[in-house]
Structure formats: C-alpha cells, structure tokens
Design a protein around this ligand. Structure first.
Ligand code: YCP
Ligand code: CO
Length: 279
C-alpha cells in the first residue's frame, strides 16, 4: 500500500492547546533518537502494559492501556475514543519534532515479527513540514488522519520555525483501513504538494565532494545533510544511501564504506532490537 488520507477531525483548538501545554510537563523519551537528525522525541500514551517504563514497541495483541502521561491529555483521549475503533489500538504515541529536524529515511517494523497498521494525525504543524515515501513527497495537515505505510522507505521533516507534533496510533496487524476510523470523522480532500526541483549537477558534485572532508566525527552530520537534501530535491529515500555510499567511496576510507553499508542495512533491510551500528 502507500500513504492514504482517510479523513479528518475537526479539532477544538482551545482544548487541544490545553493538552499540548500540559505535555510540556511530561517527560518525552529519546529511545528512537538514532532515527533522527535534530530534535525528535516521543511520549507513549498507550502501550501493552500501561507502564511508562516500556518505551519501545514490540509485537502484542491486546487493547492498548493508558500510561501515566495520558492523564494530562483529556481532549486527545476523547478524540481517540470518538474517532477510532479503539479495540484494535496497540500503541498511541506523540511524536515531537523540532525545527530544522528530520528522520533518516527508514523502514519500520524490521525488528518485529509483524507489521502494525500505522496512523498519523498532525496536532501541531507548520507549512514547512513534509513526509516522504519512496520517491514521493506530501504534507499532512492539522487534523488529517493518514495511513502511513511504514513498510516502505519513508521520512519526515520539520523545516519551519515551530514544532511538529503528530498523534501516532498503531493498530493490530491486518486491520483493514475501513476498520480504523468511526463514522465521527469527516471526509478530507487530498491537497497535492509542489514537486521538488531536480537536483542540479553542481549539488550532486558537492555531495560527492563531502567525501573529501568525511571523518568518523562528522559522519552523522553528513547523513543529516543528505537526509535533508532529499526533501529539497527530487529523489527516492534510497538515494540518500546511494549518495552516502558514493561519497564514502570517494573518501577512499574502507571503514566509512563499511559503516555506510551497515547503516543502510539497519535503517532499510534488517535489524535486531538495540543493535544500532556504531562506527
Ligand atoms: C517505531 N521505529 O516503529 C519506531 C518509530 C522510528 C523507528 C520511530 O515505532
Ligand atoms: Co517510521
């Protein structure tokens, strides 16, 4: 499948703002920080046990239980119950991304033995937030309910001046998209995004030129530059790894070439839990 707009929620701005303010007092977690460039953290609102000590996802098949932070967001709880068929929910999280931040293009569920059906609802965003999937770019707007096919290579970026907060719900593997929302949601109209310009040859050369300055200390920064470029020029998520491998080759450093292969595998092919490759 691919990303799909399923509908939208008419948000009560004041009540939502009160919940978001309350989240300032709640601790967000960095457990998946290795997927991000910049500021990106997560607050688990519902999970398998209801315990805040469980921050990472795993395969389980019981109705998700509220964690302590969910007490701070009464309006969001109400939205979940009103708009979603909550028996099928396995996780609810808030993903918070800061300005000038993005994710490294990746595929999810590789460390699990099943694939959840993942839904996103932007609850705070700006017009310089984007998502990518394969070679496509699109925007999710406030209150829209999106299915995100996280088995495809995808990414998200926030390049405006304010935070991007998404409510993210994982449904039981195999849930049909017609079984996700209730009849309380409104139909939504897809708004196409402007196409990205072709990457000028000079920029492609500059990327290869990064091989000249590549070192262990700046490897992550180079990955961040490439991940951000991929939002600005027409490309596929996989191109980030192609660019990276090409500039590593240009650097002539065998350990960098090897590391580039390992991270491509970790983010897009296969990974064990808690085995982030280290240079
Ligand atoms: C997950 N995977 O599938 C996480 C979210 C990126 C890595 C963040 O829950
Ligand atoms: Co993802």
């Amino acid at each position: 499948m691919s990303a799909q707009l399923l509908g939208k929620i008419d948000l009560d701005k004041d009540r939502l703002a009160a919940d978001i303010r309350a989240l300032d007092t709640v601790e967000f977690s960095q457990v998946y920080a290795d997927f991000a460039c910049g500021r990106w953290d997560i607050c688990v609102l519902r999970n398998a046990t209801g315990s805040s000590t469980e921050q990472k996802i795993r395969t389980h098949d019981a109705k998700a239980l509220p964690t302590p932070p969910s007490k701070h967001v009464p309006y969001i709880n109400e939205l979940i119950e009103r708009c979603f068929r909550s028996d099928g929910i396995r996780y609810v999280r808030i993903m918070r991304m800061g300005p000038n931040s993005c994710l490294i293009p990746h595929q999810d569920y590789l460390e699990l033995n099943d694939e959840y059906v993942r839904i996103h609802v932007p609850i705070e965003t700006n017009d310089r937030c984007w998502n990518t999937e394969d070679d496509k770019i699109y925007q999710m707007r406030m209150g829209e309910i999106w299915f995100l096919d996280a088995t495809r290579i995808h990414s998200a970026g926030c390049f405006g001046e304010t935070d991007r907060l998404h409510l993210m719900l994982d449904f039981q593997p195999g849930t049909r998209l017609s079984e996700v929302v209730t009849d309380q949601v409104q139909p939504a109209e897809l708004r196409p995004s402007d196409p990205r310009p072709e990457m000028p040859r000079k920029i492609a050369e500059a990327i290869d030129g990064l091989g000249m300055v590549l070192s262990k200390e700046n490897f992550r920064d180079v990955v961040a530059i490439l991940s951000k470029f991929h939002f600005h020029y027409r490309s596929h998520g996989k191109d980030v790894y192609r660019w990276l491998s090409s500039l590593c080759e240009k650097s002539g450093q065998a350990d960098m070439i090897q590391y580039a292969k390992e991270i491509e595998k970790y983010y897009t092919l296969s990974r064990q839990p808690d085995t982030v490759p280290r240079i």
